[in-house]
Design a protein around this ligand. Sequence first.
Ligand code: 0PR
Length: 392
Amino acid sequence: MLKEGLEKQEILKILEKKLSPDYSYDSGFILGSMCTAPLNFGKEIYMKYINKNLGDPGLFPGTSDLENELIDEIGNLFGGNNITGAFTTGGSEANLIAMRIVKKLRNDIKNPEVIVPVSAHASFDKAEDILGIKLKKVNLNEDYELDLNHFESLLNRKTCGVVGIAGTTSLGLIDPIDEIGKIIEGKDIFFHIDAAFGGFVLPFLEKLSYKIRPWDFRVQTVNSITADPHKMGLGVIPSGGFLIRDPSILKKLGFEIPYLAGGNFKHFQIVGTRPGGPVIAFWAIIKLLGLNGFTNIVKECMKNTQYLVKRISEIKGIKIVAKPVMNVVGITTESGESICKIDEELRKKKWMLGKFVDLNLIRAVIMPHVQKPHLSKFIEDLENILKKMKIS
Ligand code: 0PR
C-alpha cells in the first residue's frame, strides 16, 4: 500500500539493499550475456535526453532526424544505400516488425509460412504465436551449419519469408546467407537477417581482415536486418535496430496516427511511446568511437575469445563445440555426458553462462566487460570443478 513519502537517503539505502543480489558486469561473473555496460559517454547523453519521445516525432523533429541519420549510417556500415528503419526496444521487437512485414506483403497467402533455422532466437517463436504465421525450422548439420537441402525442401507456395542469422544466439555462427539468397532469387519471398548480435561485430571483424561470409545488404536479395546497439554496440538498454532496403514498405504498412503533433506520421513499430534517449546516446557513441574505436573493442574481445578457446582446449574432459566466428564460445563435454552438472557447479561459484540443453552446451559471450584475468579465474574454477567431478 502506498504510504507517506520517504527521504531520498533512505530510499537510496533501501534500493541498495534490495538490488544487492544483482550481478554487475565489471565483476566478470556475467560470462554468458549479450549485453554489457554502456559506454560512459553514452550514459551521460542518455541521462541528458531521457525525456525525448519518438512516438510523437512532431514534438521532437530534431531527435527524429537524428534517428534517420543514424539508421542511414548503420545502413552504410551494413553495405547499403539510403537504408531506412528505426530504433526498437531490442532484437525481439525488430524481428517481430520484420515478421509482420513478411506476412503483410503476402496477404494473398492464406496460411503463410516463414522458414527459419532451428537455431533462430525465441523472438521468432513469439512472432509465430502473435502473428499467426507458421514457422518451418531448418535442421543444422553436424558442423552446426544450416542444411541447405533441408532448407530447399521446406520451400513451397506458402513460403512468404526466410530468415538467416548472422551471429546465432547459441554459438555466434553465420548462416550461408549468400547461398540462401541465390535459392530464393526471383521468388516473391522476403529475406530477413537477424544480426541482433553480429551486426556490431562483423563489420569490424572484416576491418580486422577476418574472412567473413557475406551477410548484409551487399547480398542483393537481403531485404531487412535486425542489429542491436544494446548488445555489441555498447548502447544503453533498450536499443535495438530494424533496417530495411525498400522505404516504400514502411510507408505502405505503417499506421497513420493523425492526431499526433505535425500529423502525417506512420508507426510501423510495435510500441507507441518510444524512447529517444537511447537513439541520441548511440549517435554520440558512434561519433565518439568511430570505426577505429569499435574495431579496437572487437579486436580485444576476439583476443580474449582466442585465449579462452586455447585454455579450454588444454583441459581434458571438455571441448569447444565449434570454432568461434565471433566472440561467442560454446563448451561441451568430450564424452557427450550432460553439461548441466558442470553448469550447476559453476553457478555455485557465481559464474553465469548461458545453458543450451538441446545442444548440451554452455555459452560464454566474451563481451567488452570480460577481461583476461576473469577468464583465467574462470578456467581455474572450471578445472577444480572437473577434478572434483572426476571428469578431467
Ligand atoms: N536475435 C538474436 C540472434 C539474439 O541473440 C537475441 C537475444 C535476440 C534476437 C533478441 O534480442 P532482445 O533480447 O534484445 O530482444 N539474445 C540474447 C540471448 O537470448 C539476449 C540476452 C541478453 C540474454 C543478455 C541474456 C542476457 O543477459 O542470449
